[in-house]
Design a protein around this ligand. Structure first.
Ligand SMILES: Cc1ncc(C[n+]2csc(CCOP(=O)(O)OP(=O)(O)O)c2C)c(N)n1
Ligand SMILES: [Mg+2]
Length: 666
């Protein structure tokens, strides 16, 4: 290649000229990039690029294939196709435009880049998704965790792992896993169970149907998740004569399926018979932009709304019938209402064990479920009356069908009383505690007050999601971005990058535990390189507060959950605190850092971070032992049935009692 990368070689034009009429000669990677750049999504009349960019890390598996195609896209994009041979094959309205841009973003770790892409797509309510290209072997398998996260959270991401040579000429190529029983097995088969769609392109022409199928899955609200197309490295660089129509602009219409009339009637009948109904709002309510419909439904029917980690903010916390988080880490008010409910209307929820408090949240013996969900699999859970539809459409239909019906007035009054109790529970958690270092709940109180309604707070793992679920008041559907399907330590920091790219007008704040920080700090370099202004709030408590308290309450004495030196006498990890200096570590990336140890200083630091034009980190020293908000929610984590440790025996006895209310909802 020329020394000057900005001087495009003439070869691209030469390749095209030898193609038969009605075709364009490109490599598989070049065709892929050109195709992706021409895809659009549309919902409610708003059309936008479906794949607006590609994250990547290059290695021998993709540097000369997808990497070359991205470079060529940047330096020498293909011109529009005009002229006699093409015009004959292509109707006027699908004339082939010039190759649109496909921006490339360099990441530091492949798992992180998928997390960045997921946060981007989530912030765009799943109407846009990013592509992620990685080299073969470890570069690709590093993306498996991100793919699982996307599929579990039902967020679209296009994963492009590189793969072994299709022609097998050099086997085993560097980083190839050999399976002596099956030569078509590669490490990328690990993507199959974690992808909603999986393919491997052994021959160039396979790409055409594969791409079309992949775009359909990405844009189908019921099926979306990780979409994986593996690209053998020799095939990426192979040329093929592609039908010119492949590169026409395409629009994928994101549907709003309406309820089937008979299913609607069945759902209405159950709800009309309810005396203590509740709605549980999940992520589907947010992705379908159903907030107005949900508020209208609640106003009209008087049915109170509880929320999940993905659904918080679907109904504003200011609404008098919003009771906040339900389930294992829910607040007592919401959980009391859930325990009494005779009809639970699930809207866009997948009912994880946190939402159901491991099948102990709903205690009414006659409780029944009506599940409004675009995905039949979720609609059917808990032997529900299924209402398969888009959340917004379904809520509108329910409201219309229930005209004149209201939940009993006593039920509404009870909900309002409980809501007032929730307010009383939140306040002391946000106030200073009588201890040397602040409880993290004080920091959350400050943040909840300081952040604007459409700013975005991000979190995924540790003790923070529970506290946030119980306490945070989200006043817009965008504000509360909790990844709690996979609860993956390391999501938060790269996710802040993706969310900010998707919502540049919003402040984006990632709350990051010190354990989580150590798992994935690398993308700070990308935040710096791309000049993306995010605010990183790192809570330093020298260990895992979450798993520590879980360990203690389950008889395992916080074993192995603190960050401590190995002690020479005890032989255990209970010596001095580690000398690891998180602020210095962050500074070494070139990022501004403020370190604080009280809530007032945190407020000042946050205001400075807000005013800064650059990304800032605030390292907050917090108390490992909380306290965390009180709650009646329970989570099933089995305790050893036999043990020589008294702590475990006691915990087991408690566990057996806690199991009593657990049941199937049939
Ligand atoms: C990738 C990954 N590994 C392990 C876990 C299990 N886990 C959940 S929370 C946690 C500790 C988190 O520590 P930190 O980020 O410091 O938060 P804290 O518990 O102190 O609030 C662990 C190990 C996880 N959720 N994700
Ligand atoms: Mg910690």
């Amino acid at each position: 290649m020329s020394e000057n990368p900005s001087a495009p070689a003439a070869a691209s034009a030469a390749g095209a000229s030898s193609a038969p009429a009605g075709t364009i000669r490109l490599t598989v990677a070049q065709a892929l990039v050109r195709f992706l750049a021409a895809q659009h999504s549309e919902r409610d009349g708003v059309r936008q690029r479906l794949i607006p960019g590609t994250f990547g890390i290059f290695g021998h598996g993709n540097v000369a294939g997808v990497g070359q195609a991205l470079l060529q896209n940047a330096l020498a994009p293909a011109p529009a196709e005009a002229g006699a041979p093409v015009a004959a094959a292509v109707p006027a309205e699908t004339a082939i435009p010039a190759e649109a841009e496909m921006p490339y973003y360099q990441a530091r770790n492949e798992q992180n880049m998928v997390h960045t892409a997921v946060a981007y797509a989530r912030t765009k309510n799943r109407l846009q998704a990013m592509a992620c290209t990685a080299s073969i072997g470890p570069g690709s398998t590093n993306m498996v965790t991100g793919a699982a996260l996307a599929t579990i959270d039902r967020i679209p991401v296009l994963i492009l792992p590189s793969d072994v040579f299709a022609n097998r000429a050099v086997d085993p190529v560097l980083q190839q896993l050999e399976d002596e029983r099956a030569m078509d097995v590669t490490v990328n088969d690990a993507f199959r169970p974690v992808s909603r769609y999986f393919d491997r392109i052994w021959r160039p022409e396979q790409l055409i149907p594969s791409l079309l199928a992949a775009m359909r899955v990405l844009t189908d609200p019921a099926e979306t998740g990780a979409v994986t197309i593996c690209l053998p490295q020799d095939v990426q660089a192979e040329a093929h004569d592609w039908p010119v129509e492949l590169f026409a602009e395409r629009t994928w219409h994101v549907g709003r399926p309406v309820p089937e009339p008979a299913a609607l009637d069945r759902a209405l009948e159950v709800i009309r018979g309810a005396e203590r109904p509740v709605v549980i709002a999940g992520g589907g309510a947010i992705y379908s932009e159903a907030s107005e419909a949900l508020a209208a439904f609640t106003d009209a029917t008087g049915v109170p709304v509880l929320d999940t980690q993905a659904g918080k903010g679907a109904l504003s916390a200011d609404h008098p019938l919003c009771l906040g988080g339900v389930g294992a880490t829910g607040n007592d008010a919401a959980n009391t209402l859930a325990a009494e409910a005779d009809v639970v209307i699930g809207v866009g929820t997948r009912y994880t064990d946190f939402t159901t408090a491991s099948h102990t949240a709903f205690r009414n013996p006659d409780v029944r479920f009506v599940n409004l969900n675009v995905k039949p699999f979720d609609a059917a859970k808990h032997a529900a009356t299924m209402l398969v539809a888009d959340a917004r459409e379904g809520l509108g239909a329910l409201q219309a069908g229930l005209e004149g019906w209201q939940a009993p007035a006593e039920h509404g009054e009870r909900a309002r009383d409980l809501r007032a109790q929730w307010e009383q529970l939140v306040e002391p958690c946000f106030q200073p505690h009588d201890q040397e270092l602040p409880a993290q709940t004080e920091i959350f109180g400050a943040l909840n007050e300081l952040m604007g309604d459409t700013d975005i707070v991000i979190n995924a793992a540790g003790s923070m999601p529970g506290d946030l679920q119980a306490l945070w008041k989200a006043r817009s559907p965008q504000q509360y971005h909790l990844e709690y399907g996979y609860s993956c330590m390391g999501y938060e920091l790269p996710a802040s990058l993706g969310a900010k790219m998707a919502a540049p007008e919003s402040e984006v704040v990632a709350i990051i535990g010190d354990g989580t920080f150590q798992m994935a700090p690398q993308e700070i370099a990308t935040i710096v390189a791309e000049r993306i202004k995010v605010i990183l709030v790192i809570l330093q408590n020298h260990g895992w507060s979450s798993i520590g308290s879980l360990s203690e309450s389950h008889g395992s004495q916080r074993f192995g959950t603190k960050y401590r030196m190995r002690d020479e006498n005890s032989g255990m990890l209970d010596g001095d605190k580690l000398p690891f200096d998180i602020p210095a570590n962050i500074r070494s990336y070139g990022l501004e850092v403020q370190e604080v140890s009280d809530t007032e200083s945190f407020r000042e630091a946050y205001r400075r971070a807000e005013q800064s034009e650059e990304a800032t980190a605030i390292v907050v020293n917090t108390n490992l032992y909380g306290p965390n908000p009180p709650g009646i929610g329970w989570w099933d984590v089995p305790v050893s049935a036999v043990s020589r440790l008294e702590s475990t025996q006691q915990a087991r006895a408690q566990y057996e009692q806690d199991l009593v209310p657990q049941r199937h909802y049939l």
